[in-house]
Design a protein around this ligand. Sequence first.
Ligand SMILES: *[C@@H]1O[C@H](CO)[C@@H](O)[C@H](O)[C@H]1NC(C)=O
Ligand SMILES: *[C@@H]1O[C@H](CO)[C@@H](O)[C@H](O)[C@H]1NC(C)=O
Length: 145
Amino acid sequence: MQPARALLAFCGLVLNATEVPSPDVCYQIFNSCVKPGFPKTIKTNDPGVLKAARHSIERFNNYTNDIFLFKESHISKALVQIVKGLKYMLNMEIGRTTCKKTKHPSLDNCEFQTNHTLKRTLSCYSEVWVIPWLQRFEVPILHCY
Ligand SMILES: *[C@@H]1O[C@H](CO)[C@@H](O)[C@H](O)[C@H]1NC(C)=O
Ligand SMILES: *[C@@H]1O[C@H](CO)[C@@H](O)[C@H](O)[C@H]1NC(C)=O
């Protein structure tokens, strides 16, 4: 059986480094202090991870022309790195829901497809860059297949 494949890659904007404070800041959103530099594994149910996953999926839904919305079903791995904000690196599975895009429903209320013909799961890798003090986020990388 040949699974249908979709490959998506988006390029985000690179922020002007002059508009952000020093990366040596320790972020209070973590229980412990995370030092800038290397990616660190964090819990897949961390609120920041969940939010980053949702940003990725919203981007996915916005750029695909499926009739139905997709939603994250399982986050298998999450890393975070401090680079002028927080960069999340996520491995997750997403699935087609029964919610139609045209109705603009809230994803929280969308159930996964159970119909065999319509059921679809994709594996995604995404990077989400969150700049908390600017209340901005970017999804520079999103690959799903
Ligand atoms: C959705 O996609 C359009 C272009 O197709 C873009 O202009 C818009 O900013 C996107 N919105 C989000 C939330 O990604
Ligand atoms: C599943 O979806 C297909 C396509 O929309 C439809 O033809 C079929 O009747 C559905 N099957 C069930 C069991 O609902």
